[in-house]
Design a protein around this ligand. Structure first.
Ligand SMILES: CC(C)(COP(=O)(O)OP(=O)(O)OC[C@H]1O[C@@H](n2cnc3c(N)ncnc32)[C@H](O)[C@@H]1OP(=O)(O)O)[C@@H](O)C(=O)NCCC(=O)NCCS
Length: 178
């Protein structure tokens, strides 16, 4: 389903719907291997490959899935420069998954917390989401700290696979206030 994401602002961030044309801007940021240490994704080899990926996301989820794919660029308002990306998959039955990536030079300054705090309010308001989930590799201490700071509770820990190697993921959820 085509995303109906809209731009938003927080104190320090402009949260802008991701488009294929953002590929040249985000390519250097998303090339950093540290971003993929604990996630089943990898840097695209070329700007064109990244633009193709973004174009797919822009098209949205297959109609039959009943999902809505939401993807944004996080821009620092003071510098007008990107610091990362934010995403949500809104599934049927008022359920959503979230994901986030910040360039390493922006870690430790609360930008992901700021963006996610906005998202956790936006998903219930605009999409009627009642439960938000995230899956995180047990070694991803920064992401675990972020989720727990946001009020997520750990519900399960399950066996996973990361680039062909066995791994373990925590599953977190947040029940949205009615
Ligand atoms: C996961 C990730 C986004 C977390 O980034 P982060 O910068 O640690 O998270 P936050 O933006 O919430 O910042 C928290 C830090 O900022 C500090 N901070 C400063 N101002 C803050 C504020 N206003 N609010 C919250 N924290 C603030 C916190 O004290 C904390 O500091 P610490 O790192 O010394 O503990 C980042 O590590 C990342 O992009 N990793 C690679 C991609 C990834 O793994 N994604 C998740 C997959 S599950």
């Amino acid at each position: 389903m085509t995303a109906t994401d809209a731009p938003a602002q927080t104190a320090r961030l402009a949260i802008t719907p991701l488009r294929a044309e953002h590929a040249p801007l985000l390519f250097p940021l998303l090339a950093d291997p540290r971003l993929y240490a604990y996630v089943p994704d990898s840097a695209r080899a070329t700007v064109a490959a990244l633009a193709q990926r973004f174009a797919q996301l822009e098209l949205g989820a297959p109609e039959a899935s009943g999902e809505v794919w939401l993807n944004w660029v996080l821009m620092r308002r003071d510098r007008g420069a990107p610091v990362g990306t934010l995403q949500a998959t809104v599934a049927p039955h008022s359920h959503a998954w979230i994901g986030y990536t910040l360039e390493p030079s922006a870690w430790g300054q609360g930008f992901a917390s700021e963006a996610c705090t906005w998202l956790l309010a936006d998903l219930p308001q605009r999409y009627g989401v009642r439960e938000i989930a995230a899956s995180v590799d047990v070694r991803n201490a920064r992401s675990i700290a972020l989720l727990e700071r946001l009020g997520f509770e750990r519900v399960t820990t399950e066996v996973a696979e990361l680039r062909g190697e066995p791994s373990t993921d925590h599953r977190y959820r947040l029940l949205c206030k009615p």
